[in-house]
Design a binder for this molecule. Structure first.
Ligand SMILES: NC(=O)c1ccc[n+]([C@@H]2O[C@H](COP(=O)([O-])OP(=O)(O)OC[C@H]3O[C@@H](n4cnc5c(N)ncnc54)[C@H](OP(=O)(O)O)[C@@H]3O)[C@@H](O)[C@H]2O)c1
Length: 314
């Protein structure tokens, strides 16, 4: 099977597009013919890191986490899926498990869902990591109808989903993005647009019930100035502030600092799928690469300032 993989744990090692032995399903595993994969920052962060130190690390390392495709062979004894089903999901990329960037993928049924009616492979592959993280952030921030919300980095992978989910909930949204993306942010549901440069942030006089920082690196002083009392700030990056510090912050300021993460819960997938079927959530896909060009897709996702999701088709 063709795949995109690394043959070394060295940071400097480039990815290889080439042939590997066909994946074979083991006990309780299903075999999937992959049709589309989306690129997430976690993929190129792992790709660029020395992952040899991770538990169970092994080579060749196939990268990629989100996927969509067709079931070739269901897991033995599993009645949920049958050969030919259109499916999507996300595979864990730690502990020596292969990623999704290969023509054939083996994984457990718990990592897989049926693609809802009317959703393309590319749209399905764009959802798991980014949309589930966005949903978690909107929930953690307690966003409801009328909430005054700031979304920082509102047209990237996580941000453009957060924007649409918050709009569906009836939030009043200020979106921060680079100037070229203002129109897209308005189309996706923003009520007001601001830039994210230092001087743009300094110019905001509003206060917000919640801040979903999809970019994840807002300055502490901006967070505290812009967040109302009892407000919540969520970041998708591992918070550098330990639990006791965020508790202290809450104690003295009544402002909550929290993280948002991908949760693979059935009800979360269902909420995203429902929003899609109600036409309230639509993945933005402007950049599509073939598997052969996967290293260009990774480079573009990391440095090319993509809007929405970058997709690799197989
Ligand atoms: N914890 C988790 O489970 C989890 C899950 C998903 C993602 N993440 C993390 O979340 C982060 C975002 O992921 P993503 O998929 O949304 O990435 P992405 O698609 O690359 O989007 C990044 C966004 O950040 C914006 N941005 C760039 N510089 C900025 C700045 N100085 N201030 C404000 N915004 C800025 C970009 O806006 P412009 O293009 O307009 O410049 C873009 O909208 C990554 O660090 C990723 O690793 C964590």
């Amino acid at each position: 099977m063709k795949a995109f993989y690394k043959l070394s744990f060295k940071k400097s090692e480039t990815g290889i597009y080439g042939d590997l032995p066909d994946a074979v399903a083991g006990k309780n595993q299903m075999l999937i013919e992959v049709k589309a994969v989306s690129v997430n920052p976690v993929d190129y962060k792992i790709f660029n890191a020395n992952t040899g130190l991770l538990p169970g690390a092994k080579l060749p390392k196939i990268v990629g986490s989100d996927f969509a495709g067709i079931v070739r062979k269901p897991a033995d004894g599993d009645s949920k899926f049958k050969a030919g089903d259109r499916v999507y999901g996300v595979v864990p990329i730690f502990f020596g498990k292969p990623g999704s960037l290969s023509e054939l993928l083996v994984t457990e049924p718990k990592n897989v869902r049926l693609i809802p009616y009317g959703m393309s492979f590319q749209e399905a592959a764009s959802l798991p990591v980014a949309a589930l993280t966005a949903l978690n952030g909107i929930r953690r921030c307690g966003v409801t109808a009328g909430s005054k919300l700031l979304i920082n980095g509102a047209t990237g992978g996580v941000g453009h989903f957060a924007l649409q989910i918050a709009k569906a909930k009836g939030a009043v949204i200020t979106a921060s993005c680079s100037s070229g993306n203002s129109e897209l942010a308005m189309q996706l549901g923003a009520d007001k647009i601001i830039g994210y440069r230092k001087e743009d942030m300094a110019g905001i006089s509003d206060e917000y019930d919640a801040i979903v920082d999809a970019w994840g690196q807002m300055k502490f002083k901006d967070i505290f100035r812009l967040l109302k009392k009892d407000g919540t700030y969520a970041s998708p990056l591992i918070l550098l502030a330990p639990g006791f510090l965020t508790s202290l912050v809450w104690l003295f300021s009544r402002k909550r600092i929290t993280s948002m993460n991908m949760r693979k819960r059935r009800e979360d997938f269902e909420e995203i799928e429902k929003l899609f079927s109600e036409k309230k959530l639509k993945p933005v896909i402007e950049n599509i690469f073939t598997l052969e060009k996967a290293s260009e897709a990774f480079e573009f996702a990391e440095k090319g300032r993509p809007r929405g999701k970058v997709i690799i088709i197989l």
